[in-house]
Design a binder for this molecule. Structure first.
Ligand code: SF4
Length: 367
């Protein structure tokens, strides 16, 4: 069990020197990212907001092509607000956590109708918008509007934990980290947005999780964990338990015209509002799906043995393919189900689980 520092003590730090060293490093080493403004240019709040929503739970390399696709399709927040939710969800497909896409679209609508297309600058106002919580509101206020908000992501947590050698494990140490982040931003007169991005970039490129490159770090001299030689051990983390395992069927139903049955998911819940292959509920035991299975009373006895595994934040899923034919004049709920040409499936924004299923079906490989 990692140690816990129960003292309330906050170590002193010369914040001016810290920020100066950090900004000098940032000016030479900042990451070039498609949503970032060039040096000495004003950031576009639409780009900052869009990227920050996409970056919630998703890494930078995955977000870049999605960000580029979105700004090509919808160059402004007005364009995004005017799009249909279905189009936004389809463009988001594969990025996961689909509530983010629904909130993104709602938020764009509010920015246009309530704020005349201009993003609010204050963190407290931003936080009232759909999909924008503590972290995202701080990041937008700071990066887009240069407000002195406290921005703490995983990278910043790691840099602070190491610099101050915080031995209390995450997430217990979060309040302590916030105290230090607040201390570091106190009295910050200039470039708060760059300071926030500098901390993120330092964590992403130098103070990396496995092998921090301390010899390239502007904070090396005063970094306490580096002095103690324990930097790679920090931050300690409380081990998460194993995720629950769930089981479901994915139905691959074709009609006599070679079309495939798709389902529009309910607005709430997993893949809310997305187009998907029909699937059963998720069960804790494999046998239970079989007992439950009565999808259109179809005969699945000739199903191919296709099983894929997919990991969600809160559970792991084993999905088994169920294959059957169905007459295209079978009565179906047209608001919920539709027949789609098989060749058109790749143009429909299906969630990653179903893309993985189709890929395994066609190529016998898992993506
Ligand atoms: S000196 Fe090393 S451990 Fe300390 S902040 Fe820099 S990269 Fe991280």
């Amino acid at each position: 069990m990692p140690p816990v520092d129960e003292s309330d003590k906050v170590l002193p730090v010369d914040t001016n020197i810290f920020r100066h060293d950090l900004l000098v490093w940032y000016d030479k080493n900042r990451r070039i990212l498609p949503w970032r403004a060039g040096r000495d240019k004003k950031p576009d709040p639409y780009h900052v907001w869009l990227s920050e929503i996409m970056l919630q739970q998703t890494i930078v390399v995955t977000v870049i092509p999605y960000f580029q696709k979105f700004v090509e399709k919808w160059a402004t927040v007005q364009d995004l607000a005017a799009a249909s939710q279905d189009d936004v969800l389809a463009a988001w497909a594969g990025l996961g956590y689909y509530a983010r896409a629904r909130n993104l679209h709602k938020c764009a609508g509010l920015i246009v109708t309530k704020y005349q297309g201009r993003f609010p600058e204050e963190q407290s106002v931003l936080k009232q918008l759909p999909g924008i919580g503590d972290y995202t509101s701080a990041a937008i206020a700071s990066i887009a509007f240069d407000k002195p908000a406290i921005v703490i992501d995983g990278n910043v947590e790691r840099v602070i934990s190491r610099y101050f050698s915080l031995v209390t494990p995450l997430p217990i140490s979060k309040p302590q980290i916030r105290k230090y982040a607040t201390l570091l931003s106190e009295g910050r007169a200039d470039r708060p947005g760059d300071c926030a991005q500098a901390m993120m970039d330092l964590g992403a490129t130098v103070c990396t999780p496995q092998a921090p490159k301390c010899n390239l770090c502007p904070l090396e001299e005063k970094c306490l964990s580096r002095c103690k030689g324990i930097q790679t051990d920090l931050p300690y983390k409380i081990k998460k338990g194993k995720k629950p395992q769930k089981y479901c069927f994915i139905y691959w139903i074709k009609n006599n015209k070679g079309q495939v049955l798709l389902e529009k998911r309910k607005e709430k819940g997993l893949f809310g509002g997305m187009m998907a292959l029909p699937c059963s509920g998720h069960f804790d035991e494999r046998e239970k799906i079989e007992q439950d299975e009565n999808f259109f009373m179809l005969d699945f006895s000739n199903s191919k043995p296709l099983i894929i595994n997919h990991s969600f934040t809160h559970f792991d899923l084993e999905a088994r393919g169920q294959f059957a034919a169905m007459d295209d004049d079978t009565e179906i709920d047209r608001a919920r189900f539709l027949w789609v040409e098989e060749a058109a499936l790749s143009n429909i924004g299906l969630p990653g689980l179903f893309k993985k299923f189709i890929n395994a079906l066609y190529h016998g490989t898992i993506i």
